[in-house]
Design a protein around this ligand. Sequence first.
Ligand code: DLL
Length: 616
Amino acid sequence: MSRDVTNIVIAGLGGQGVIKASDIIAEAAIRAGFEVKKSELHGMSQRGGSVSSDVRFGVSVLSPMVPTGEADFLVVVDPDQVGVNRHQLRNGGVLITPSVIDEKQLTAKKSLNIALLGELSRHLPIAEKEWLEAIRTNLSLKLQDANLKAFALGRANCGSALTVATSAVRSKAPVSTSARPRHPASEPDFIPIENLRAVQLQRLQFIARRAYERVPLYRQRMDGSGVKPDDIRSLDDITRLPFTQKADLRDTYPFGLFASPLREVVRLHASSGTTGKPIVVAYTREDVAVWTNVMMRAFASYGLHEHDVIQNAYGYGLFTGGLGAHYGAEALGATVIPISGGNTERQIMVMKDFGVTAICCTPSYFLHLIEKAREMGEDLRQLSVRVGVFGAEPWTEGMRQRIEAESGIKAYDIYGLSEIVGPGVGAECEHQCGLHIFEDHFYPEIVDPQTGESLPDGAEGELVFTTLSKLAMPMIRYRTHDITALMAEPCACGRTIRRIRRISRRSDDMLIIRGVNVFPSQIESALLRIEQTLPHYQIVLTREGGLDQMEVHVEVTPQVFSDEVRALEELHRKLTHAIETVTGIHIHVRLVAPRTLQRSEGKAKRVLDKRNEAPR
Ligand code: DLL
């Protein structure tokens, strides 16, 4: 975030004048010639619940929301609200609480908010006369006198505000066992749980209201199930909101779920559906900023930093992978090579000549890169590349081990989907044990894929997300079809944001073969246990005499392929046995020569379904 912008968060309870104070800051800054953006989060303000407001000013300000951990000033009107808001403050930021004011000197207790503004005003490049004018314009005549006095009291204070080191602020966070120093971009991942839950609730209430007020489909759904945004009083109330499905995006194609007018939308992406029209997703400038922030946090959790050279081989274009990773890597300060997918020989050349230290692409494409490098006489283990950022498709632990052994890099998982933001919804940390969800922006739930009922932590089910801050296209309880479980137990890295287990399958990639449920990931993990195979495979489905048949095509290593028939037969037997054992059905294995199966530059196509083609 540019230091040319000043970030202020003001927080308190309903009735304490938080919003009024933020209006005054905004007006004073406008009078001083700055561009100002402001956003508000109401808890149950009428009932004395928490309220906070962000004010940002500078020469040019893009987003109204202060990113978590980036507030230069945190002004808290109610001392009890310090704890839940401290995570907002950047390292070295200034905390202003009622303790800086001698309240006995206030002529009206209600003017505490304005006294705190007096203290704040001493730190800001805005002349006193602008403040006084802003107070006069925002308050009725009868309140002006007491408040102008309160302002003067705060302004006369001398140096009592606290400059806070973030490490002190976060003293409640579990101590990280990791030896690696924490990257500053990762700070929001470590916020105390109770603060995180408070932020989530405020954002959930905000987004439920925005969706209800601006998107007809959400309003109809909520009205239909008898729930109003005001009914969301706790995070558990999220289950009262209706689900959203991919079909809703198709039915409202192209822009029907947008909550912002097109003039506020700065980017569109689209995800090609399996049938017909793509689904379209939209971002305001603020949404792009959030996306950049979570992608930067993902890179930071892999141990990357500004000295890294990142080759971004995710496709640039309507696919979210390319631009999503690009913006995050740039924000980290790394050197980004926007090579996009394809032209594999050039990828190897660039990796070698540009001293690449990290690469982003699908795991299947990386396997292809390893293979191509070998053909070109290069060994990736000898190059400087040490980190892979792999996602966009399911891959197994076995696949990770193969990749790491054959390339010498650390292969990290990254998860995301266009509907929620793109890549950067979740990412592994150095422990490679589940993906941390950036849940300050994307609220995860696990539900039973059949009944939609909520499932407890640890239970496997379908992942559902609610976007907590996306303005252009809020997603309320979006059914991802991705199958996983929430891991609520603390991670050794100390991050407080929860993890999900690696996603090995989707509820809709289940193949039903003669009544038995089979998943491609089962086949992948079985064949990766057998040494003489390459991790390239394809599942071909056919129908013979009305019965489904499954054939698994597996590439074998060049050595085996040139071996005598007996060795091939032995391998064939081992593979058939391994796959039949995990799937429980009779299958055919076909061993194929190295490099016969088609390679993909993006997501691999693991299943070729020919069941509806003319009979063989
Ligand atoms: O694939 C976004 C992305 C780009 C993620 C680059 C990671 C890296 P979609 O094209 O909309 O978006 O596809 C989303 O891909 O619902 C999952 O089924 C699958 N998927 C994505 N990441 C993973 C992963 C991008 N790490 C769909 N593991 C999701 C397993 C994944 N499946």
